[in-house]
Unconditional design. Sequence first.
Length: 65
Amino acid sequence: MSTPDNWRRSSYSGGGDGNNCVEIANAPTRISVRDSKAPARATLTFPASAFAVFVEELKRPTSGS
């Protein structure tokens, strides 16, 4: 598997240099995720369909606990 070269950060990364977030890179069949503070370290890779489900679950409102 080749290393992605199209890393991007969320527009919600905050002020300054925006290094307190994760970065993602997408390919047709997979999504790669890495820590923006340590980009040379490990990268997690997920099937694109599984990552889409994950993101949709993050968007769901939570009930009060």
